[in-house]
Design a protein. Structure first.
Length: 114
């Protein structure tokens, strides 16, 4: 069976769309707060509810998204499910983003286009 080759520009476009979708996954404020919390340590839903002051349903919904997309993974301990950041590269991405924000905070804060 022969696989039809796609033009490079079409593949690049798909790659760019996936990258944009990756960053969109972290751009939701609730998901981003959860990710930041999980960078500190693994937590269960109850701990995240208490720490972040969000509703359990909202946290569970956002965790399902983060898990499906590979940002977080789980482990079961008794009746509790603990969530943690799956890939240390996510930690690095957030750390790099913090550095960029620190260097450009005034302009980012004033930008009306994003």
């Amino acid at each position: 069976m022969m696989v039809e080759e796609q033009p490079v520009t079409q593949l690049e476009g798909l790659h760019h769309e996936l990258l944009a979708k990756f960053f969109h996954g972290l751009s939701n404020p609730a998901r981003f707060k959860i990710a930041l919390s999980l960078l500190e340590s693994e937590k269960n839903v109850g701990q995240l509810v208490q720490e972040l002051g969000m509703k359990q349903a909202q946290i569970s919904n956002q965790l399902a998204c983060l898990k499906w997309c590979g940002y977080v993974s789980t482990r079961q301990e008794g009746k509790f499910v603990y969530y943690r950041i799956t890939d240390e590269r996510i930690r690095k991405i957030i750390e790099l983003a913090r550095e960029v924000v620190a260097d450009n905070a005034e302009h980012i804060n004033c930008c009306t286009r994003i």
